[in-house]
Each structure stands twice: as structure tokens, then as C-alpha cells.
Design a protein around this ligand. Structure first.
Ligand code: SF4
Length: 266
């Protein structure tokens, strides 16, 4: 069985959500504008490092999404996000702080690691240099700034710890493309320690053990007034509201055939 960071983090956030997604075959509809913007922007960054026109690549990819029934948050529109994307690319090119030599080898790099009889896989955005210092690089697009305080907070980011663990690289950086009225690019870097990498390896083994023991009890971390269930795409399934589920989710073809197994395991 192949596991990824997303699977492990979904399980740790709520085991029932993991079950909905990976066992029962439900998946969020790919119509969230922010997510599609991130994908288009990542392709544009690839074009930039290959010395192609990133603005052209971004416009082409983002245009593909234009006629989809996109779900926008806040006051976002397709045009506004296009403008923000182009401004962010311009700012990033002007800053000129990131290098990715040999981009065909050093972008979207696949790493795998055996975990018992299973395998863990991760795709790392890039290995290159930030301000001329070698590091593992991760791109993020966001509508708000990432926290920079307290100092060193990035070293606690589980995704960065995961990538450092699988790639064996201590120096890591996040480049955050912030879509706000005045766009901003944040360059955040940190060092992940050997101990953090070892702990993460144990966390992966422990989590896979729990998944394989079929422990999928819901625990969403409900705490008034923030209730994570209210913003969870799978809430319709947990409430037994098929109409809500159909609005937010699609199901892998053929997954219905496994429903009789669910009855046995509940
Ligand atoms: S609605 Fe709540 S309990 Fe159900 S999957 Fe989502 S977070 Fe978990």
C-alpha cells in the first residue's frame, strides 16, 4: 500500500474523514478557485525556471478554469485572481532570490521510502537555492500571510518536517505567494533537526498501524465556537445528508460496490 503526507495528515485531522476519502471513495469537487489557482500558478513557476514565459503559462492554465463552475471565496473573481497571479509572478521575478538549476530534474521530485511492507511517497516542489543557499523548496499560494512569529515557527510545520524526513535535507524553505490587495511574496526558511525527522518517521509508522487496524472513529477536535465539522466537505456524509454530500463531493466510479463492506465494519 502507498501512503502520502496528505493521507497521514487527513487521518490525524479526523480518522473518519480519512475513511470517507480513501476507503469509501469520496472526494471534494475540484471547483475551488483557490486550489485551481494554486495548480496554475505552480505550472507558471515551472515555466519560469525553464526560462519560458511564466505569465503566458499562467494565463493559459488559468483560462482553462474560466468556464468551470468555480467556487470563489470572499470577493474573488476570475479576473481579480488573474491580475493577482500576474502581479505575484512579476514580483517573484524581480526579487530573483530563488534558483532552481536543472529544472527538469529539480522540480516536482518524487521521493519514496519503504515503511514495513508499505511505501511512503512525496512529491517535493523543488530543490534549489534561496539567497544562494541550498535548500528544499515548497511553493504555497494563499489569500493571507503565513505566520512568521514566534521565530522558528516554520520548523513546526508538519509538511516541511515530512519533506525534510523523506529527502534527508535539513534546510527547508517555503515561498508563499500571498493574494491580497497589495500582493506579497514571503520567503520563509528554517532547519529541521534529526530528532524531528526521527519523530516524524515514528508518527508515520504509528499512523499506518492505526489505519491498518481499521480505527476510523470520528474526532474532529470540536471546540465551541470553532467547529471544524462545519467547514468540513464531508459533513454531509457524517450527518447522513446525501444532498449535502452530493453538493460538495464526487465519488470514485465503482466505489458504491464496496458499501456492503461498510455495513460489516461499522
Ligand atoms: S464532519 Fe467532522 S467528524 Fe465528519 S469527517 Fe468531517 S471533521 Fe470528521
Amino acid at each position: 500500500m502507498m501512503y502520502s503526507y496528505t493521507q497521514i495528515s487527513q487521518y490525524l485531522a479526523c480518522p473518519r474523514r480519512y475513511r470517507h476519502r480513501y476507503l469509501d471513495g469520496w472526494k471534494e469537487k475540484d471547483t475551488r478557485a483557490g486550489m485551481l489557482f494554486g495548480r496554475a500558478f505552480e505550472l507558471a513557476l515551472g515555466a519560469y525556471f525553464r526560462r519560458e514565459d511564466p505569465g503566458d503559462a499562467f494565463f493559459r492554465e488559468w483560462s482553462v478554469c474560466k468556464n468551470q463552475d468555480l467556487q470563489f471565496s470572499n470577493r474573488d473573481t476570475w479576473d481579480r485572481m488573474l491580475e493577482q497571479g500576474l502581479m505575484l509572478l512579476t514580483r517573484f521575478c524581480q526579487d530573483n532570490r530563488v534558483e532552481v538549476p536543472q529544472p527538469r530534474q529539480n522540480l516536482q521530485i518524487k521521493f519514496t521510502r519503504p515503511i514495513g511492507r508499505n511505501e511512503f511517497v512525496a512529491y517535493i516542489d523543488a530543490i534549489g537555492k534561496l539567497d544562494r543557499k541550498r535548500c528544499l523548496l515548497e511553493w504555497k499560494t494563499s489569500s493571507c500571510r503565513y505566520a512568521e512569529e514566534p521565530d522558528g515557527v516554520l520548523s513546526l510545520d508538519p509538511q516541511m518536517v515530512c519533506y525534510s524526513w523523506i529527502a534527508g535535507i535539513a534546510e527547508v524553505a517555503q515561498v508563499v505567494f500571498v493574494r491580497k490587495r497589495l500582493v506579497e511574496v514571503q520567503y520563509l526558511r528554517t532547519i529541521i533537526t534529526d530528532e524531528q525527522r526521527q519523530d516524524f518517521g515514528q508518527l508515520v509508522e504509528d499512523t499506518i498501524g492505526r489505519i491498518e487496524s481499521a480505527r476510523f472513529l470520528p474526532h474532529s477536535g470540536v471546540r465551541f465556537p470553532q467547529n471544524p465539522c462545519s467547514s468540513c466537505a464531508y459533513v454531509g456524509l457524517c450527518l447522513g445528508r446525501r444532498d449535502m454530500a452530493d453538493d460538495a463531493l464526487i465519488r470514485r466510479p465503482g466505489a458504491e460496490d464496496l458499501d456492503w463492506l461498510d455495513e460489516l465494519s461499522y
